[in-house]
Design a protein around this ligand. Structure first.
Ligand SMILES: Nc1nc2c(ncn2[C@@H]2O[C@H](COP(=O)(O)OP(=O)(O)OP(=O)(O)O)[C@@H](O)[C@H]2O)c(=O)[nH]1
Ligand SMILES: [Zn+2]
Length: 362
């Protein structure tokens, strides 16, 4: 192994760069480009980028549909940046917060020629950095020399697709005893992905027998529900009811997965909430932002259960996708245990939308 960063380490660097507004160099298919996330871009960098060529804006097909534009590349749309366009033009296209107030963003010139592969990779990177899926690209020549000269992170397309498609191995960092009010005696295990991404937690209640199906819950982080007691969702009551049920049975395992906002991050979830205040439901809000309904990678949960030695679970969930995913990852789900708690006047429409559009069982 060489001393310098591996492709996964450069990918992790690239996420940090994008969050800071620093361009990364992408290369593949005989082309190369500088890419920045629109959300983190400032006017000075935009001016600097223009010095190297004509910027192109990449948006997802979901965002394009909201803007009533055809996504000629299938899953994404490329727009040539007008010469007069300033940062607020880009922000208005990337961020739907003002869609209703300022509906017309034109004139917009969609690009149809050439490859969209670099744009697609830039959008994947922005999403994986938990930023709005909107990227600005400037085509360049001689990418390796360019990256070296400007001290930028360099990534090949095949590295990005391979590293984002595989699940980063998760290593247990530490575990310690944790008595809990709801569940009694337990142990908290911390798992850290090798790609430097978010850590995830497993709470083992009692001393579950690995030879028998364990009562299990895959809980996705919800700062608003779990910590603040938000009434907009059912997460807090589900978390506490699951722990209480494990305590009552004397054994269980609850995974607390840091996939806030169904994998879009808390900032984007709050953007979705502000769209919900404009009248859109939870699924429509995700789409207007440019995301899919659910951006979570449930393989993480399966990997952690396997690491802890569990192969059979009684899964506490109303979401059939979680059952299907665990089975697809080789775990046996002997039973789905419904978890219907926390319904109130504020979240009734949210729960009804999840049942109607996301297949949740009521
Ligand atoms: N994007 C988005 N995420 C939300 C919204 N409301 C809640 N969430 C997130 O949705 C996730 C809910 O996770 P879970 O309760 O584990 O999953 P679920 O798919 O509802 O399935 P079960 O609860 O197991 O039936 C959490 O990550 C929340 O932060 C919303 O309106 N928009
Ligand atoms: Zn919630």
């Amino acid at each position: 192994m060489t001393l310098g960063p591996t492709s996964i380490e450069r990918l992790t660097r690239a996420r940090g760069d994008l969050r800071m507004g620093v361009p990364v160099v992408l290369a593949g298919g005989g082309a190369a480009a500088l890419a920045v996330a629109v959300e983190a871009l400032d006017s000075d960098r935009l001016t600097a980028l223009r010095g190297f060529g004509a910027p192109e804006l990449a948006l997802t097909a979901r965002r394009a549909a909201t803007l009533k534009m055809a996504a000629y590349d299938g899953d994404l749309l490329r727009l040539a940046l007008p010469e007069t366009a300033a940062l607020d033009w880009l922000t208005a296209l990337a961020d739907p917060v003002d869609d209703l107030r300022v509906p017309l963003k034109g004139p917009l010139r969609a690009m149809r020629e050439g490859s969209a592969d670099l744009h697609r990779a830039a959008l994947l990177l922005a999403k994986s950095a938990r930023l709005l899926p909107a990227a600005l690209l400037v085509q360049i020549a001689d990418p390796l020399a360019f990256a070296a000269q400007h001290d930028l992170t360099f990534l090949r397309l095949d590295e990005i697709s391979e590293e984002l498609a595989r699940l980063s191995p998760l290593d247990e960092v530490v575990a310690a005893r944790l008595p809990m009010a709801a569940a009694g005696a337990g142990r908290l295990h911390i798992f850290r992905p090798e790609d430097g991404g978010d850590e995830h937690y497993a709470i083992e209640v009692g001393q579950p027998d690995r030879a028998k199906p364990v009562l299990a819950r895959l809980h996705s982080a919800c700062f608003t529900g779990d910590v603040l007691g938000s009434l907009k969702c059912d997460c807090g009551p589900q978390l506490h009811a699951a722990l209480a049920q494990m305590g009552a049975e004397g054994a269980g395992v609850l995974l607390y997965l840091n996939q806030e906002g169904r994998g879009i991050g808390l900032a984007n979830k709050m953007r979705a909430y502000s769209l919900q205040d404009q009248g859109f439901d939870t699924v429509e809000a995700n789409h207007r932002l440019g995301f899919e309904d659910d951006e979570r990678d449930f393989r993480i949960g399966a990997a952690i259960l396997a690491k802890l030695g569990f192969s059979q679970v009684k899964l506490l969930t109303n979401n059939p996708r979680k059952v299907a995913m665990l089975q697809g990852c080789g775990l046996t789900v002997t039973e789905r245990v419904p978890l219907q708690v926390g319904k109130n006047a504020e979240n009734a429409a949210y729960l009804a939308t999840k049942a109607a559009k996301s297949g949740h069982l009521m």
